[in-house]
Structures are given as structure tokens and as C-alpha cells.
Design a protein around this ligand. Sequence first.
Ligand SMILES: O=C(O)CCC(=O)C(=O)O
Length: 367
Amino acid sequence: MSWADMAQEDELEEEEEQEVNKPLINGNAPTGEVGVLKVQQKPALPREQRENIRFMNVKRKKDYICLERVNGKFKNILDGLELHKGVFSAAEQKRIVEYVYALQKMGKNGQLKERTYTAPAKWMRGKGRVTIQFGCCYNYATDKNGNPAGILQTEIVDPIPHLFKVIIRRLVRWHVLPPSCVPDSCIVNIYEEGDCIPPHIDSHDFVRPFCTVSFLSECNIVFGSNLKIMGPGEFDGAAAIPLPVGSVLVLNGNGADIAKHCVPAVPSKRISITFRKMDETKRPIGFVPEPDLQGLHPWSYEVDRSKRLNHSKPQQPMSRQVVRREINTEESRDFAERGDIHSEPRYPTWNRRGPADRRRVRVNLGS
Ligand SMILES: O=C(O)CCC(=O)C(=O)O
């Protein structure tokens, strides 16, 4: 990784450091004046080691089960889903949300390309949400011009913003998305209270897996081979998965292709960003892949563990890269043996939460 790349990766963490280093204001100072209590120290560990620790602490759930009869056979319709919790810290979420608001403002002011920003013409419960698309223009359903659902290859939208590329790089480095599936498009969904996304299966103009990152408030995403519309923004399905803020839901396998998914009318404002890689034959005409999203590699767990143990030693970016490459070779062998390119240490099984959302769905698969 070059110094320039390291500087970019720093960006999400920078916000966190600023929060930690903020002076604490003492409103009860004896003179009635505002006093500074103390200035907190910079975190003792270098940034990279802090990031390693956070990476190692991501909680991953990959064992979702919900059996439904599909074409006469029982299938686990949630097979292939993964929830990665704690991928973005509170400070990082704040930074991303503020950036989304800035984009929304630009969209409203006509400062983004016409098809980048879309807002419902008139707000009605259960009728859509604000969307901001980058990389490609995507139609969820056949539009009024008769264009079918999928990527509109002749429409132009803005390219993926820098901050979202920083997010993408983390998703690959932290083993959330495989390096074979580096997203080259994304869609920001801004849900006001009562907004929803109706039942759908993502178009195969996008390869699998793809993922969605959650911000601002937790809500359920509902899955089922047959999702019923119960009312405006109300849907009934076989399974509901709570999406905590700062988490990433990865959709693959049956969870992406057999089960439909939807987000029923949200109880409070929420933002999600869905990251997807386009099928190369479906890219917009003239699309040029982003050079700074090429050649990304997941971190090696082995190197990270040994670095943590040796964190008193000075870090040399060049030698680090060499070591990582060597260990990565072993790691790939290890992964190949287990037949799991998306592998990681095993985590204890999560506690199951009771069926909290019985009214709408039969199973709630919270942690
Ligand atoms: O908001 C979400 O979490 C889901 C978004 C989604 O399904 C989509 O963008 O296709």
C-alpha cells in the first residue's frame, strides 16, 4: 500500500481521533465561565494497529436459517446471507451521514447529474424514498418509458465519491466483500419515517455478493420467497433480520436469489448504502473502472494477529507489505483447503433473540 493510499484510509479514522482529542467543556466552572476540563490524549496505538483490533472485533453471523418450500422442495432461503457488525464506528457513521446530507443538498440544488438524485414527487407513506445513485443508473422496475428493471446503459450518473471508495476498500480489507466482487456502483437510500423499499430481488445486472450498510437507526429487513403486501409500506415475510447501525448485510446465494427482500416502513429516519459490482457486459456505455478500486486485497488474519503481539516494534510500510504477501500465500492455501475464499476465524454462536416482530413476520433473526 502506498503512502497516498494509507493517507486515504486514514480519513475515516481521522474523525474518530478528532472526537477523542476534543477538549471537554466544563459548564460548572466556579466563575461561571466555561472551563476546559482536560484534553484527552491521542490513542496510544498507531492507527494501523487500532484498525487491526477493530477488524478482529467485527462480529460476523453467517448461519441464518429459515426453511421455506420453494417449487415443492424445502430450502434455506437465507443461505448466503452474512451480517458483519461493528464495521463502522460511531464517529465514522457520523462522518458518512453528514456526507450523505451534503450529497442530498447538492441533489436538491441540481448540482448532481439528473439521474443521480431522485426524490418522490409527493410524499406518501410507503411510497418510496430519496435515492442517490453512483456508477450507474438503475431501474428497480419497468419505468414509464418501458425500460425494464436493470442498469440503464445509456444514462449517465455521477462517479462513486471518494469517501464511498474509502468504505469499499475497508469492506474488502476487512473480509466483508471478496476481492472478486469489488463494487463499482452504489445507491444511497434515505428513508424518512414511514418510507420503505418494496419486495424485490436485485437484478442480475449486478454480480453476487453485494451488500448494504446501515446508518442512523436500526430497522428490520424482511425476507421470504413470497412477501405479502399488508398495507402501505407493510410487508409480511418468513424472516426478519434486524440491521444495526454501522453493520453490513451481505447478500449472496439463496438470500440474494431465491428470497425476496424488503424494508417495511421504517419507524425512524434511516440511511442505507447498497454497494454492488456490475456485470461487465451490463456496464453503462463508456464506463471506465475506477483505478483506485483495482487490485484490492483482504487483510491476512495471521499477520494482523502477529502485529498485534509485536505492536511495540516500529512499523515499516514496505516490509509490512512484503510480509503480508508471504503470509497471504499461506492464507490462500489454507482457504483453498477449506474451500472457503471468504474464510475467517470461527466466532462463538450468537445468542438468539426471540421473535420480536411477530406481528408482521414469523421469525426474527436478531443477534
Ligand atoms: O435499505 C436497505 O437496507 C436495503 C436496500 C435495498 O434492498 C436495495 O438498495 O436494493
